[in-house]
Design a protein. Structure first.
Length: 218
């Protein structure tokens, strides 16, 4: 999934981003509310992990802007305020979930994954097609009974292809969902990831190239 982490404490922001990237998410960073609004204006994020107390533009106002835009992006609000009234207020702004600092990173991952499933047409946590099984929570892929070790990018690409349920997925969409804003669209990163994915999945091939369109799981 494509995730935006908005947190004004750089060490915490970087730690969250690194953790989520380790779970096959493409993560961008913003350290203030103004930068967050600039990014959500040009990228369709699945989830925004949003600190509430932000400089320049308060997290509450960022949340309001997202809700007002009718975006499908889901908001996980972070705050040091643990009072029930604070949580109720945050949810009342339109946030989809609320996590109090300090938090456990595995819980953060679980909440981001759950929100990501709600940001797009519902998909089960375990995806299956053409003899493949992909468990999003465990980060595991099997072809039949054979475990297939994948890199984080390969896992993310395969998840997008399986979510499409047989429809073709463009290289542009794969780049948007599996890579962050630093990705160069002219490097052939998607083509290389698909090539490696095919090799690891083995024969007979299940990832088909649809000329002029993209890729699909046949």
């Amino acid at each position: 999934m494509r995730v935006l982490v908005v947190e004004d404490e750089p060490m915490l922001a970087d730690a969250i981003a690194e953790w989520l990237r380790g779970h096959a998410h493409a993560v961008d960073l913003a350290y203030d509310g103004a930068a967050a609004l600039e990014r959500v204006a040009v990228v369709d994020y699945d989830v925004v992990v949003l600190d509430r107390d932000l400089p320049l533009v308060h997290g509450d106002d960022v949340c309001r802007e997202l809700v007002a835009s009718a975006s499908a992006t889901r908001v996980l609000m972070l705050t040091a305020a643990a009072e029930v009234t604070d949580r109720v207020h945050g949810l009342g702004l339109g946030a989809d979930d609320y996590l109090v600092k300090p938090f456990a990173f595995p819980e953060l991952t679980a909440r981001v994954l759950a929100l990501g499933r709600r940001s797009r047409p519902a998909a089960p946590p375990v995806l299956r097609r053409a003899g493949l099984t992909l468990d999003q929570a465990r980060g595991e892929v099997f072809r039949g009974s054979r475990y297939v070790p994948l890199s984080k990018k390969e896992f993310a690409v395969l998840a997008e292809l399986l979510r499409a349920d047989g429809a073709a997925v463009s290289a542009e969409l794969l780049l948007e969902k599996a890579w962050d804003e630093n990705a160069d669209p002219f490097t052939g990163a998607v083509r290389l990831a698909v090539l490696k994915l095919r090799r690891k999945l083995g024969d007979p091939p299940v990832v088909e190239t649809v000329t002029g369109v993209g890729y699909r799981i046949s």
